[in-house]
Design a protein around this ligand. Structure first.
Ligand code: DQA
Length: 151
């Protein structure tokens, strides 16, 4: 079975109350429920995790790599700063898709830079919680394309 780890970075545990004008009303638990339903439809084993700590996010990427899973990654603010995270994606060779709820390119300039985009297969930004669903679909497609024997 295709495995995907959806990894979430700092402050995403606050979704629902955090700047709702930017991030909307859905909580991370709401997003996880929607994503698990989509994963079941696609026959994907989905692991969903969140951390506020950079090193722990690096460990999560390494664990996904060791498990042979693809990575759906909302690295939140670490997107814009973390060379360690970039190195973890490159070093493990995981297939990763970068996602964001908000359109980072319509926001402050510091959000226009992604340290991880160059080592990700693609980027989805600005679709709200649907960014997660679109990212899961895209990643499932990529993983199946690369491993046609996987079901
Ligand atoms: C975010 C965008 C980031 O710039 C920000 O730091 C976040 C959330 C998003 O999902 O829109 O924490 O990744």
């Amino acid at each position: 079975m295709t495995a995907i780890h959806c990894l979430n970075g700092p402050n995403l545990n606050l979704l629902g109350t955090r700047e709702p004008g930017i991030y909307g009303a859905a909580t991370l638990a709401d997003i996880e429920r929607t994503l698990q339903a989509q994963a079941a439809r696609l026959d994907i084993a989905l692991t969903f995790r969140q951390t506020n700590h950079e090193g722990e996010l690096v460990t999560f990427v390494q664990e996904a790599g060791a498990a042979g899973a693809g990575v759906l990654l909302n690295a939140a603010a670490y997107t814009h700063t973390s060379i360690a995270l970039r190195d973890a994606i490159a070093g493990t060779g995981v297939i990763a898709v970068e996602i964001h709820l908000s359109n980072v390119h319509a926001r402050e300039e510091f959000r226009h830079v992604s340290r991880i985009a160059p080592v990700c297969a693609g980027v989805i930004s600005g679709l709200g919680p649907y960014s997660y669903v679109a990212g899961l679909d895209a990643l499932a497609h990529l993983l199946r394309e690369r491993r046609p024997s996987a079901s």
